[in-house]
Structure formats: C-alpha cells, structure tokens
Design a protein. Structure first.
Length: 495
C-alpha cells in the first residue's frame, strides 16, 4: 500500500517499498584515534548486509560530522578526503539495503537530530513493527519527519519523552516500540548500543586497545584486528564513555529469540553468531540435510556462495564427492540493467556459470541455502541441465520459506514466496528438478546446537519465515489489514 491509497495518509507510508524491507549492518567505535577509518573498514566487512547506501557520523569533542551516500562503501569512503572529513575518537556507521523503490539520501543512516540533550546520531538494523502506528500519533502531535525510515520514530520518541536524562528518554522510547532493533547511537558523551528484548537482530561487543566497538557481526571486528568480547545480551543497553563501559537491563526478562536466518543465509560464514561459528553451523545444516534427504548421485555442487558450507557438510555426510561445478562472477553489480527479455535471460550467466567439464553425464545434488521466489533455483537447475547433467536433485539447507519477515530480512510479501503458493512436488516441477527436498525445522535447530530440536512451547529462535510464529505484535500489519478490509467493505473490491 502506498501513501496515495491510504485512507488516513498523513505523509509517506513507512510500509511503502522504499522504507520497508531493510537489511542493514551497523558499526560503532569509541576511543580510537582512527575512529572513522575503523568505521570504514568495519562497514566494508558488513557490506553483505546492505549494498544500497552507506553512512558514517563522527564526534570530535566539539562537533558531529557526517558523510552519507548511495552506493557501496568502496564507492564513497575510500578517499582520504572523506575520512579526514570525519574527525574524532568516536564514530558510528551503517550499511543499508532496501529491496525496491527509490532509495533517497534522506533515508540513509546514521540519522541525526539536535535534541535538548545535544546532538544524537542513530544507526538501526531491524524493523519496527509498530512504526506506522507510532508515526501517525507523533505526526498528529506535531512531529515533523525528515525521512520515511522506521528508525526515525525512535528519534522522535526520544525528543518528545517527558523524562529528563537522555538514557531515560531512550529507555522510554524503546518501551514503546515493537519489533526488532539493534542500534548504535552517538552522543556528545559516548557510544550507546542496544539490542531489542528478544535479541532478534545481532550485536556484538569488541575491543581494540583502549577502543570499544559495537557491531552487527564479528567479521567487522576481525577486519580491524579487534578482539571479540561477547554478544550484547537481548534487552541490554551498553554505554561506552571516557569512564569505561557500563550496561543496563531495563526490560523485563524474556526468552531470547535470535533470528535463525542469520545462520541460514544472512551472516558471513566467518562470523560468530550466538557464539557459534556460522560456517560450522552451515556445515552441520548440510550434514543434517544429507541424513534427512539422501540422493543417489555422483557429485554435490553448491550454488555459490550461499550454498557452499552446507554443500560441504552434505558431501562429507553422504560421502558423495564435492565439486565446484558452478562458478560465480564476483564483479557483477546488483544494479545491472537488463534491457530486454533475451538479455535478461543471458543475465543469469553473468552471475553464475555451470562448468560442463565437471557436470556432463553426472547425477548432481545441487545445494542452496533457501528458495524465496524460486527464480534462482529455476535458472540454476536449467543451467546445470544445459551443462549436461544426467539428473538434478535440489537440496535446500533450510525449511520452506512460507512467511514474510517483518524484522529486517528482505523476504517479499507472502504471495510471492514460492513455498507459500505451491506444494513441494509442485515446486519441484516448477524448478525442473528431478527431486527437491528441504531441511526440516527440527534438523535446522539441531544444526544450530539445540540437540532436542525446536522447543514448541518456547522456541529458542525467531523462525517466523519458516513457521509463521512471530514473536512480537505486528501492529502495523494488523492495522493495514483491517484498513484494507474496511476499504473493501465500504467501496467493494478494487480492480
Ligand atoms: P529466489 O530466486 O527468490 O528464490 O532467491 C533465492 C536465493 O536468494 C538463494 O540463492 C538465497 O541465497 C538468496 N536469498 C535468500 N534470502 C535472501 C535475502 N533475504 N536477501 C537476498 N537474497 C536472499
């Protein structure tokens, strides 16, 4: 739904495409002589979490400095001029990816506001599921929004809070929001990191000499030679100032629900997530998959890059040789414009090419991490057949993705998810495979270190994309659905 069709539209609807599904990476550092340069490196390591825009804000003890731009980190942040324009011992940074729609500079983070307590810069990973609801209230009360990003709601809630200190105002604001958020914020006093009460999105704490770092994944610590200290606990607020690090736990204790999809696809394999090596978890996922869904085949081939660790696990457990039968071109940008159907069809070979020399005449097990719309699987299976495969058995290293994510991972609306529309047999025919199998949810939990599988009464992760079990209210979604029903009831179905 867009602002135009919204019956009570006050301004651009935060559920409009340019603000909705966001995948992001965040980085903050305090106490470093090279804060901005470290932030640039950290964002490079987090680039897989968002490729559309990047930004850094620094504080030099006197003023805040900010550089934000559309594009990759390497496009805008490699020149000395840019880094010198971000002086100071403290900085926060953000990489953002929004799926479709315009990506305007006003939505690029860190966001910044002059509050009564002084300057406040904010970078957010996740999605607030009552952002539109709160935004409507705030706009009615006089707040003037600068962006369509759900994250800006947090700034307005802080600005309008009746509490006195910034920390109390922040806590007051966070108590009003639902959904998933890992935040890093920069103030005149220091760096603040927050993880939502369920810990849906990741946030880790690290150290480099006297400097403290808060970032989405440990690979951003590795790149600057920092030590990993620990995960920020769900519901924890970490405050880093010149006096050191202190932490607050202002929310009622809740059973954590970290996102299981970080293990399946999102996090980099060299990161630790929930204290576990993502690479090792993915290999175990592949081993579980081989045990659950064996195939009579000659070779195991991953769909690179996301399918590689689970294909290794599959090959090791099944004893079927692993081959890199598909080669990925790493230099293709996301933004390649495909001008005609014929060229669009060729487009797939820009990114992946199947190597006939490994494949011809072989019965192939193809391993990928997930099927979303099914476009990739269909193209890859056809490509492997064209390369001469005798049989193609598709194995997916996660359960069928049947539900949208409202917490910051880009999954399209339900109607576009192949597994929400088709049975597994239908999907198999659709992607032209000889057989298709997915990992079970229990197998996925076992691979993630839960030997007894998923706790049905109190699941250990957020797995809503597979189960539809959403761990928070979805206020905006519910209100939008009831408004649509109301519209239908009053105006009849729209053409
Ligand atoms: P699709 O072609 O829509 O079925 O997409 C499936 C492919 O997209 C798989 O190869 C995944 O590695 C990748 N993928 C899965 N989830 C996401 C996501 N949230 N954002 C971007 N790519 C994804």
């Amino acid at each position: 739904m867009t602002a135009k069709s919204h019956p009570q539209a006050l301004t651009t609807h935060p559920l409009a495409d340019d603000a909705f599904h966001e995948e992001c990476g965040i980085f903050g550092i305090f106490g470093s002589e090279d804060a901005a340069a470290h932030a640039v490196l950290g964002l490079h390591a987090l680039q897989h979490r968002g490729q559309e825009a990047a930004g850094i804000t620094s504080w030099d003890g006197d003023a805040f400095h900010s550089e934000r731009s559309i594009g990759l980190v390497a496009d805008s942040f490699t020149s000395e001029r840019v880094v010198h324009g971000l002086p100071g011992h403290a900085a926060i940074g953000h990489v953002r990816y929004s799926t479709t729609g315009e990506s305007t500079l006003r939505n690029v983070q860190p966001l910044y506001a002059d509050l009564s307590s002084g300057g406040f810069a904010l970078a957010h990973n996740g999605n607030i599921t009552n952002a539109w609801h709160l935004r409507r209230q705030l706009v009615r009360q006089g707040s003037i929004f600068q962006s369509t990003s759900d994250s800006e709601v947090i700034i307005h809630l802080i600005a309008t809070s009746t509490f006195r200190t910034l920390l109390d105002r922040l806590i007051d604001a966070l108590r009003k929001i639902e959904g998933a958020y890992s935040l890093v914020a920069l103030t005149r006093e220091g760096l603040i990191g927050v993880r939502d009460p369920l810990g849906v999105r990741p946030l880790v704490l690290g150290r480099l000499g006297a400097a403290h770092i808060l970032c989405s994944e440990t690979c951003a610590l590795d790149i600057i030679g920092a030590d990993y200290e620990r995960e920020v606990a769900p519901g924890e607020i970490v405050i880093v100032t010149a006096d050191g690090v202190r932490t607050l736990a202002p929310f009622p204790p809740a059973r954590p629900r970290p996102c299981i999809f970080e293990h399946v696809y999102f996090a980099r394999p060299d990161s630790l997530v929930n204290g576990m090596s993502v690479y090792e978890v993915r290999k175990r996922i592949g081993a579980e998959l081989a045990a659950e869904a064996p195939a009579d085949a000659d070779i195991v081939i991953p769909v690179p890059d996301s399918g590689v660790p689970s294909a290794i696990g599959y090959a090791q457990r099944s004893g079927i040789p692993f081959e890199l039968g598909i080669i990925r071109n790493h230099y293709v940008g996301r933004t390649f414009i495909e001008p005609s159907d014929q060229i669009r069809h060729l487009g797939v070979k820009l990114k992946h090419n199947a190597s006939r020399w490994q494949i011809a005449g072989k019965r192939v097990v193809l391993v990928d991490d997930s099927i979303v719309r099914g476009t990739t699987s269909l193209k890859i299976v056809d490509m492997v057949r064209q390369a001469g495969a005798a049989e193609v058995h598709m194995r997916i290293a996660s359960p069928p993705t049947r539900h949208s994510c409202f917490y910051g991972v880009d999954t399209p609306e339900r109607s576009k998810l192949l597994a929400a529309r088709m049975s597994i047999e239908e999907m198999c025919r659709h992607i032209h495979a000889d057989s298709l199998a997915f990992l079970s949810i229990e197998g996925l939990y076992r691979a993630c270190g839960h030997e007894g599988g998923r706790d049905g009464t109190a699941p250990q992760h957020c797995d809503a994309c597979f189960t539809g079990d959403y761990p928070t209210h979805l206020t905006d979604q519910d209100e939008e659905e009831s408004e649509q029903l109301h519209l239908l009831a009053t105006t009849g179905p729209q053409a």
